[in-house]
Design a protein around this ligand. Structure first.
Ligand code: AMP
Length: 283
């Protein structure tokens, strides 16, 4: 695996690869590192579908409103490199801040509409503009054919879809299912900040989602959502941010499964001081 730190070197390297033939495709997996099996599943999918897979590891400061969350973000780079090699990633792009945002870079405002300020965006103002800025820069550098994002950050996938449309790019967005720990907790780089006990207990999040899914054909959606909220709020040391049933396309709230074709439940909690998000499709 090549490890490339400079924007210029990566652009040159990828240009030379593109010259090898018309059928060359580049798959891209943007990450913030502290890699786990969820990230690895994105890499696997890209490797199986493309000539070359590029993974970036860059903890983007502009998408963190909470500076202590940024400071606490884990950075086990040696372990990350091992995982990437094991999963046959071709190139790791490991830039410093200045390689992504040059001195001349002006932070852009992307017109992504109300998607940016609702649900996760309401709890993390500016977060999705930060995501759009970094992803658009990374797309410009890597010029991928396909970009791989996880369903775990579902609203982010909707934002990236809008970003691709807005910028008129022809990148294909691939959304990869959520990888879970054996107890159902969605894998996340933040999980290592939970205590051992907390990591086990945090299974209540997925349980709440599964309980809605299990009864959605026989009970009212509103009743199930309220029951799940009560269940989560009754757990010790949990702060429920949101639990919502939304249309999977528009992310507008829905109250009945008859209202729309595809419904997803989105949830965010803070547990042991760690923000955890998850989701599940109902149909
Ligand atoms: P992050 O490093 O947290 O920015 O995540 C990088 C990419 O990996 C994003 O597209 C995430 O949605 C995806 N990802 C994170 N956790 C998981 C998971 N448990 N399963 C699948 N994809 C994931």
């Amino acid at each position: 695996m090549h490890i490339i730190k400079s924007r210029h070197d990566l652009v040159t390297h990828l240009l030379s690869i593109r010259k090898q033939g018309k059928n060359v495709t580049i798959g891209f997996v943007p990450t913030m590192g502290a890699l786990h099996s969820g990230h690895a599943s994105l890499i696997d999918e890209s490797v199986s579908e493309n000539t070359i897979t590029v993974c970036s590891i860059f903890v983007n400061p502009t998408q963190f409103g909470d500076k202590s969350d940024l400071e606490k973000y884990p950075k086990p780079i040696e372990k990350d490199i091992e995982i990437l090699i094991k999963h046959k990633c071709d190139i790791l792009f490991l830039p410093e801040f200045e390689e992504v945002y040059s001195a001349q870079y002006v932070h852009q405002k992307f017109e992504i509409g109300e998607l940016e300020s609702k649900i996760e965006g309401a709890s993390r103002p500016g977060h999705f503009q930060g995501v759009c800025n970094v992803v658009s820069q990374l797309f410009e550098i890597v010029t991928p054919d396909c970009a791989y994002f996880g369903q775990k950050d579902y609203q982010q996938t909707a934002i990236i879809k809008s970003l691709i449309k807005l910028t008129g790019s022809n990148i294909t967005l691939k959304i990869v299912p959520i990888k879970r720990e054996s107890n159902g907790l969605a894998m996340s780089s933040r999980n290592i900040r939970l205590s051992d006990k907390g990591r086990k207990n945090a299974a209540f999040i997925y349980k709440a989602l599964r309980d809605i899914q299990a009864e959605v054909e026989t009970r009212s959606l509103v009743e199930l959502v309220n029951r799940a909220k009560q269940f989560i709020s009754s757990q010790k040391g949990v702060d429920l941010d949101y639990l919502l049933a939304v249309d999977a396309e528009t992310l507008n709230e829905v109250t009945s499964i008859k209202e729309t074709g595809s419904i997803i439940i989105l949830v965010a909690v803070t547990y042991e001081g760690v923000r955890l998000i998850d989701n599940i499709f109902l149909n």
